[in-house]
Design a protein around this ligand. Sequence first.
Ligand SMILES: N[C@@H](CCC(=O)N[C@@H](CS)C(=O)NCC(=O)O)C(=O)O
Length: 214
Amino acid sequence: MLNIYSVPVAAYCAKLRIVMRYKSISFTEQSPPGGYGSDEYRAIVPSGNLPAMVHNGFMLSDSEAIAEYLDEEFTETPMLPETVRLRAKARELSRSHDTRLEPAVRSIYPQVNYSTRNIDAVNAGGIRISKHLSSLALLLSKNPLDINRLWICDCGFVVTFAWIKAFEQALDLQIDWPKVVEDYNERLLGFKVVEEELTAYLPAMNSYLEKAKP
Ligand SMILES: N[C@@H](CCC(=O)N[C@@H](CS)C(=O)NCC(=O)O)C(=O)O
């Protein structure tokens, strides 16, 4: 029995669902009891954040830790490469998403609400995100991973790219997309499970973006 604690809008939960879809793992999803950060939820998941997993009584939090655990437990359709060096390169990409690009995108969330939006903060965020995309382009141009397969490290990026594009529309966020990154996004969108997850996730994104309207 695999249970995931999640909320519909959480980007890292969407990332994890792509992994589970690609690996054809069955799971149930549940909102954190008492809400995330609550004492009730912290009694189960000490970090209080999402996603978290309980697999046959074993609790684990952090999307990347969960994805790697699931990859080792459910060995069909591996999502980490076979050699030490390729796994290290895959993890380098994952870290660049989780510690650089996504935190820059996260800085835009407080600016979504139209009535309290600070345009300077949006513009500064656009510059920061574009800088990270430019670094990502350099990393991708030397990416040794098989491009015909989906890896754990791809799954966060495709969700974050969807948010950046949504912010471009909803907040007029100005982003400089390197062609290498655009091509990477297009390639990832070509995986059926990615398209299925993003289609299922879109209503949660749209609902969150309602407050961006004047
Ligand atoms: N690096 C973490 C990030 C998780 C994360 O930031 N989750 C958000 C929702 S997408 C959250 O729980 N925010 C509330 C909090 O951190 O208390 C992961 O990969 O799971």
